[in-house]
Design a protein around this ligand. Structure first.
Ligand code: KPL
Length: 363
């Protein structure tokens, strides 16, 4: 067996269902040295590892990657250069400032810059939404930091069901590409990651030639279905079946919302075929499935609202596209997010005056 310390080093940030199965896939392949940042379950996992039930890999009782860290700061002080920084946390620009992706990865980027002058750092964003790369590009000079920002789009059904316990019920399907289509280093880094991640006969992992297209395509589902199910707190089949004559959710919400995404994407020169609308309406019609935004809302956690709806709506506004359905979903969800932000101390409401008094961004 090869000495894992000589292999490319990958750190996965975010130890939810997606992050742990991601780390397991890399570890299973055996071609990289895998670290995982585990915030809440660190003590438990450090002691006895994860209990995993995975439809891709089977049963594990005490699994751990090569290294586990409690914080990103601890990882950055380990003296290691990380070739890939994989972010699997939710992307929530309207959340606490310290949890913005650019802030979370900063210690690792700075440490890599110090350790490996001239070596490439690859940041892979395994997250939903549109324009998520821009926050990183705006904060770090890509040339100075030798930084490639990569896109990971994943379809997976995997949940942390208890501390240190992961249940993967839906197979892992990942596509990885470069946000900059002309950047050869980034393209090669994306292809290399696919090699390190793909386990023949277990998971699916492929190179994504056209990240922008793939992100708009996935947004068809996320913008229409994640949002609606989050608002009503129902799984997809109930959300469809409980509509007027069992049809109104599909006919009056999902499909019109998706048509608006097709129209916005077209103004960005991304052509989404109309047949994708039916494909995405059907894909979870008969599966007892709740999209991540619905689950987050139910758990009282902030939702990925801005990257899924806010950013596409900004593009629509700039490009003069009418979006009555998406805008209504957005405005309702902004209010719902307000409830979560208030609960998390990010908004302050003065009941004696019945008005919002302050917008506190916790640092
Ligand atoms: C595609 C899907 C529905 C599951 O991976 C998703 O992106 C989500 O739930 O956020």
């Amino acid at each position: 067996m090869s000495d894992s310390s000589q292999l490319p080093k990958i750190i996965v940030i975010g130890a939810g269902g997606v992050g742990v199965i991601g780390a397991l896939s890399l570890y299973y392949k055996g071609l990289s040295n895998v670290s995982l940042v585990i915030r809440s379950d660190y003590d438990l996992v450090d002691k006895r590892g994860y209990k995993i039930t995975s439809c891709d890999y089977g049963q594990f009782e005490n699994w751990k990657p090569h290294h586990v860290y409690r914080t990103v700061e601890d990882a950055s002080e380990s003296g290691q250069f990380f070739d890939y920084i994989v972010v699997t946390t939710k992307n929530i620009p309207d959340g606490p400032a310290h949890s913005a992706v650019s802030q979370v990865i900063r210690p690792l980027i700075d440490n890599n810059h110090k350790l490996g002058e001239g070596c490439q750092t690859n940041v892979l964003l395994m997250q939903n939404g549109i324009d998520i790369e821009k926050e990183i590009w705006n904060l770090f000079d890509r040339k100075q930091y030798h930084l490639n920002v990569l896109s990971g789009i994943q379809l997976i059904g995997s949940t942390k069901v208890a501390p240190g316990v992961i249940d993967q019920v839906g197979r892992d399907n990942l596509i990885v590409g470069a946000f900059e289509r002309e950047n050869k280093d980034a393209i090669n880094a994306a292809k290399k990651f696919v090699e390190l991640y793909h386990n023949e006969g277990k998971n699916c992992a492929e190179f994504d030639e056209n990240v922008r297209y793939s992100r708009w395509k996935k947004l068809l589902y996320n913008a229409a279905i994640n949002t609606t199910t989050a608002l009503v707190g129902l799984d997809v089949p109930r959300c469809l079946e409980f509509g007027v004559d069992r049809k109104s959710t599909e006919e009056n919400i999902f499909k019109p919302a998706m048509r608006e995404i097709v129209a916005i994407a077209a103004t960005e020169n991304v052509l989404l075929d109309e047949s994708l609308i039916t494909f995405f309406v059907e894909i979870t019609r008969h599966i007892m499935f709740k999209p991540s935004m619905c689950v987050d809302h139910e758990k009282g956690q902030l939702m990925e609202l801005e990257v899924i709806l806010g950013n596409p709506l900004k593009i629509a506004k700039n490009n003069g596209v009418q979006t009555p359905v998406l805008s209504m979903l957005y405005y309702l969800l902004v209010v719902a997010q307000g409830r979560l932000r208030e609960k998390n101390g990010l908004l302050k409401f003065d009941e004696s005056k019945a008005e919002l008094v302050d917008s506190v961004q916790s640092l």
